[in-house]
Design a protein around this ligand. Structure first.
Ligand SMILES: Nc1ncnc2c1ncn2[C@@H]1O[C@H](COP(=O)(O)OP(=O)(O)OP(=O)(O)O)[C@@H](O)[C@H]1O
Ligand SMILES: [Mg+2]
Length: 504
């Protein structure tokens, strides 16, 4: 038998008090799609960063095609045929695709000859071979996320990578883009590439992977051939219990309108109209879900309601009061909380600690502010209570938020916002990047808030999330609400048709 393409032997890695990898063994055969799953903070990203040379292991060995390898950085890893597609893409946004390919990065020399024509030809060749539809002359920031990701894949292929590592590649993709991405993955495997794929979506594992490894608390707790396992078994291995993500109806009928949006018009930063005369209400005690293909005005709608974007036309009322022109702080005082879609850009201050991030926006509350200085004790008590309640790991309130795993960063944002006794919750992609145990918990908290009379506006690219939580579903298309469906009898195919602009 030939050696595995990748072998990790007894890998250990600690960060101060946290043992992120605690004796991990993993073998991946050539030409295999190998999924890596596990709870938030289990050590998946750390393991892949060690493999890619971004971190040095404290102990342990890496073998590529049976030969011991020691990478001092990504440049070394790339020379050995390893490429990593990061979740926060590394492309230079104002440059074209071909210019990005001509640039060196992360200490890696440029891949292509400094000749645009030859470079464009090479990009087209590779695009064709792997069905990676990318226009070499396009400017990166004008491209949809799915295409930017294809450009990233092209970049590592141009470097000659035969082993590709993906860390939650579909977290930022629309369902349609994810389908395209899986087709690309299948093509890469068919051409003999080896693929390592971190994901929280177990149906993706079942759909595309050949084998799957489950990690928990820094260790491997199981490995299976995908055809011999099920999502239920994987979930049990991951979180140690059964997980249920079904629908639960509200306890009481909805009450008076809390949020009322009338004939709203909003433009994006380039002054393009994104929301066109949208009207709807969210009443106390109901969850209203917004379904739609990303980029149909949901982001701008939510930003306008949260007070982060100027309103062009129409009005926004909260509890009957006009807040159309009010500042964010004013809306917060009226009981608005907002879980933003991009936790790293809008949700967190990465250089600040967990406790400081949980305090954001509440510094002036009498509980936390003394006459001159902030009061440390109550702040720490609040931070400990919230991180306990929302299971933020590790429970270290002084750790900078940048040092938490992706899913735990998301839990911090959700804890801060939901921990605030709101009247109105505006939640965008509230479970992006969190493990299934945490999804179940966040869903339960949103339903609990609803049952206590809070109004909830939910925006999610995950149609099943919208369907399992919402009492009513509004479908957005081209900046308008094109349909409304009761959540109880929503069907995926009908919503899908509306989302693509078709009649119901
Ligand atoms: N640079 C760092 N400094 C301190 N601790 C870190 C650092 N990087 C990771 N950790 C810790 O190591 C542990 C494993 O983190 P890692 O990012 O590997 O988890 P993960 O399995 O990828 O989780 P997620 O699913 O949330 O992305 C976490 O407890 C995290 O806080
Ligand atoms: Mg991770």
């Amino acid at each position: 038998m030939s050696s595995p393409a990748v072998e990790l032997l007894d890998i250990h890695k600690s960060f101060s008090r946290v043992k992120a990898n605690d004796g991990v063994n993993l073998a991946v055969a050539r030409g295999e799609i190998h999924a890596l799953v596990g709870e938030n903070g289990a050590g998946k990203s750390t393991l892949m960063k060690i493999l890619y040379g971004l971190y040095a292991p404290d102990r342990g060995e890496i073998r590529i095609d049976g030969k011991p390898a020691r990478f001092r950085g990504p440049a070394d890893a790339l020379r050995a045929g390893l490429g990593m597609v990061h979740q926060h893409f590394m492309l230079v946004r104002p440059f074209t695709v071909v210019e990005n390919m001509l640039l060196g990065r992360e200490g890696v020399p440029p891949v292509l000859p400094m000749d645009r024509v030859a470079a464009s030809r090479e990009i087209r060749d590779l695009s064709g071979r792997y069905a990676l539809d990318v226009e070499p002359g396009a400017v990166v920031e004008d491209l949809p996320v799915g295409v930017q990701q294809r450009a990233e894949i092209l970049r590592v292929l141009l470097h000659g990578a035969s082993i590709l590592i993906f860390d939650e590649p579909t977290a930022v993709l629309t369902p349609q883009e994810a389908t395209d991405f899986f087709r690309v993955l299948g093509g890469l495997r068919d051409q003999g590439k080896t693929i390592l794929l971190i994901t929280h979506k177990l149906d993706e594992v079942m759909q595309v992977a050949d084998r799957v490894t489950v990690m928990r608390a820094g260790r491997v707790v199981g490995e299976r051939a995908v055809r011999d396992t099920s999502p239920a078994e994987l979930a049990r291995l991951m979180v140690g219990r059964d997980v249920a993500l079904g629908r639960v109806e509200g306890e009481a009928p909805a009450g008076a309108p809390v949020l009322e949006v009338r004939s709203l018009g909003v433009r994006d930063s380039r002054r393009i109209a994104r929301v066109n005369s949208v009207s709807f209400q969210v009443r106390a005690g109901e969850i209203v879900g917004i379904a739609g293909v990303e980029g149909n005005g949901q982001t701008e709608l939510v930003e306008a309601i949260a007070g982060l974007r100027e309103v062009e036309a129409g009005t926004i009322h909260m509890d009957g009061r006009d807040v159309t022109g009010s500042r964010v702080a004013q809306r917060q005082r009226s009981g608005l909380v907002h879980v933003p879609e991009d936790r790293q850009r809008r949700g967190l201050v990465l250089e600040m600690s967990l406790a400081e991030n949980l305090l954001l926006g509440r510094q002036r509350e009498s509980e936390f502010s003394g006459r001159v200085l902030l009061r440390a004790e109550p702040i720490l008590r609040m931070a400990r209570r919230l991180s306990e309640e929302f299971d933020v790991r590790p429970r270290d309130v002084s750790l900078k938020t940048r040092d938490f795993s992706g899913g735990n960063q998301q839990k911090i944002v959700v804890a801060r916002e939901l921990g605030r006794a709101p009247r109105l919750i505006v939640a965008s992609q509230p479970t992006r990047g969190v493990d299934i145990g945490a999804i179940e918990f966040i869903h339960a908290r949103l339903r609990e808030a609803r049952d206590q009379g809070v109004a909830v506006l939910l925006v999610s690219a995950d149609l099943r999330e919208v369907m399992s939580l919402s009492d009513r579903i509004l479908v957005m298309y081209g900046g308008r609400v094109v349909g409304e469906v009761p959540g109880r009898d929503a069907r995926e195919d009908r919503l899908g048709t509306l989302m693509l602009g078709g009649a119901a």
